[in-house]
Every structure is written in structure tokens, then in C-alpha cells.
Design a protein around this ligand. Structure first.
Ligand code: NCD
Length: 331
């Protein structure tokens, strides 16, 4: 990265204009609950609008969105692409494996070159925490940056599509008990979800994980920590399962998949401890038979595919709000 850049705390002024509108979307941390509801309200409009009519809402017409994915992705990249297209943008997917990034070009030089091709928005995924923030700090002022996942740090649009799905299914957040189960330590999704859930005033936020997969300082984020699955599942309204991020793990932390399933795998039987109408979520990719039994993933409680569909509307919402703020408009 840049020799002088230290990814530190993210001031709100980096994401918001002086009027409090979105300029970049880098993290859910510290964002006011009204803004989170604005994103969901707007996503609601896109969800209820048939795809054909969505194309008639060209908030991004004439704009160029560049997807910069330095890490693998299916759902996030494709739904960002569809969202940008439905808003009328030109979308380019930079294939990093065949780009000059592999020839030693610095990230900033790559960014400068893409700016010279008239980019308006960068959607960035990178294995290093702080990369989206770094690009937002140094790119041209008319460009907006959306964080599509940076290391273990944040994945704000995933968290917002999860919040949107919860609001669709359950309404108000205040009476809800929500738990995130699994590899919290390596999960940018968990961090962004916890910030969003607490900002939205969720009744109780729990994490359920083995001690080795709970990050230090998590207790200060306003969550209750459970190491026992059956205790943690009691009376839940929403259960969010996470994949073990094996690519980010030291081998010492790596429980065997069978052992993990035995202790923390979601099965119909164990879910009997939750409320009868509890929903099961997962950001994907799911590992069947590790954190979730196939019968649960494909069963009636699962809203996993709805999360994927909602990803398009939520990303449309965020992108259109950003473009509205950038143009100084009322969007
Ligand atoms: C997550 C990610 O990449 O952070 N997936 C996603 O964006 N849908 C979670 C994961 O990789 O396990």
C-alpha cells in the first residue's frame, strides 16, 4: 500500500458529506440508524419494482463503475454488477489476475490509470484490511469507493442486505434476539453485522463460537458471547451462520470439520431451541455439513437465497444514494 498510509479508525467524515449523505461506503461502524433505514427504505422500492422498470431508474446513466476484486467472489461481484447495470451504469470488471497488478504496479498507480479512464465508482475487495479506505483517501475527489470486503475488517453492503432481510421478515429490530454463529474471528461480515445490529437497536446480539474463534475485545462491542451452541440458540429470532475462513486461519486454530459440525453445526434438532419462527441466514459461500446441515440450508427456515436476491436491491440503493449525494441532488 502507500508508504505513509496507516489504516486507523475510520472517521465518519470519510464516508459522509458535511450534509450527512453517503459519499463512500466503507464500513457500517458509527453510521446513524436513520441512514441505515434510508438504505433499507430505498432497497424496498427497488425490490418491489419489476426488473424492467428498475432499468427506467437510471441514477447511474453515463457513469462508469469499476469492480476491482483482488479476492475471489461470486455473489458480491455479480450482484454489484447487476445492480450497477440496472441503474444504467457502464460496468467494468477488472480481472486482477491478468492485470498489471501482477507485474509490480502499485495499487495507487492502478487507481490513477483507472481514473484516467473516467471511473466514477470503484467497488473494491481486497485481502488487506483498510484497502478501500486507502483508495478512498487517495483517489480523485469525484470518485466514490464501495468496500466489498477488506480482510477481516468490514463488508458493509453484505451487512446491509442482511439487515434488510431481517427487517423484511421480522419488522422492528428492538424485540429481536439475533445470534451470529461460527468463525467470528476472521469474519468481516460479523463485524459489519454487529455494528449495524447495535446501531439499529436490536434487543440482543449474541455470538456463538469456540473461544479460539472469538476476537479479543468483542465483549466491548455490545454483544453477549456464548461458547455453547445449545445455550446460545435459546429463544432466538434470527440465526446467522458463518463459514470457517480457512484461508485466513493459522493451522493451530483449525478445528476439524467433523468436530466443528458436532459442536457448532446447525441442524433441525438443535434449532428446536430457537423460537419456532426463527429464520436461518448465511452470507455464503455455505459449507454443507460443516457449519450448516443441508436440511437446514434448504429447509423452510432458510432465507439464504432471499439474501442473495436482496443483495441486488441493497447495492442499487447504496449506489444510487451515493450518486445522488455526489451530484448534490436530493436522491
Ligand atoms: C463473505 C465474504 O467474502 O466476506 N461472503 C460474501 O461476501 N458473500 C463470507 C465468506 O467468505 O465466508
Amino acid at each position: 500500500m502507500h508508504p505513509h498510509f496507516k489504516p486507523g479508525p475510520l472517521p465518519l467524515s470519510m464516508q459522509l458529506t458535511p450534509e450527512g449523505k453517503l459519499k463512500h461506503f466503507l464500513s457500517t461502524e458509527g453510521l446513524p440508524h436513520l441512514l441505515l433505514h434510508d438504505i433499507m427504505d430505498r432497497a424496498e422500492q427497488f425490490v418491489t419494482l419489476p426488473a424492467k422498470q428498475q432499468k427506467k431508474a437510471p441514477f447511474l446513466r453515463g457513469k462508469t463503475v469499476m469492480n476491482l476484486f483482488f479476492e475471489n467472489s461470486t455473489r458480491t461481484r455479480v450482484t454489484f454488477e447487476i445492480a450497477a447495470q440496472r441503474l444504467g451504469a457502464d460496468v467494468t470488471n477488472l480481472d486482477i489476475r491478468t492485470s498489471s497488478a501482477t507485474k509490480g504496479e502499485t495499487l495507487l498507480d492502478t487507481v490513477r490509470n483507472l481514473e484516467a479512464m473516467n471511473a466514477d465508482m470503484f467497488v473494491v475487495r481486497h485481502e488487506h484490511a483498510g484497502t478501500a479506505q486507502f483508495i478512498a483517501r487517495y483517489c480523485a475527489p469525484h470518485i466514490s469507493v464501495l468496500n466489498a470486503g477488506d480482510g477481516r475488517h468490514a463488508h458493509p453492503t453484505q451487512a446491509m442486505l442482511d439487515m434488510f432481510t431481517i427487517r423484511q421478515k421480522k419488522g422492528d429490530f428492538a424485540p429481536l434476539k439475533v445470534a451470529i454463529v461460527g468463525d467470528i474471528l476472521h469474519s468481516r461480515v460479523a463485524r459489519s453485522q454487529i455494528h449495524a445490529l447495535t446501531s439499529l437497536g436490536t434487543g440482543e446480539v449474541r455470538v456463538i463460537a469456540p473461544k479460539t474463534l472469538v476476537p479479543a475485545g468483542l465483549d466491548k462491542m455490545g454483544v453477549n458471547i456464548f461458547n455453547n451452541l445449545d445455550e446460545g440458540l435459546k429463544d432466538l429470532d434470527v440465526v446467522i451462520a458463518l463459514r470457517q475462513q480457512r484461508e485466513r486461519m493459522d493451522s493451530a486454530l483449525l478445528p476439524s470439520e467433523q468436530e466443528f459440525f458436532k459442536l457448532y453445526g446447525l441442524t433441525d434438532k438443535r434449532l428446536e431451541a430457537t423460537k419456532p419462527d426463527a429464520i436461518v441466514m448465511h452470507p455464503g459461500p455455505i459449507n454443507r455439513g460443516v457449519e450448516i446441515d443441508s436440511r437446514v440450508a434448504d429447509g423452510s427456515r432458510s432465507v439464504i437465497m432471499e439474501q442473495v436476491t436482496n443483495g441486488i436491491a441493497v447495492r442499487m440503493a447504496v449506489m444510487s444514494m451515493i450518486m445522488g449525494s455526489m451530484a448534490g441532488g436530493a436522491a
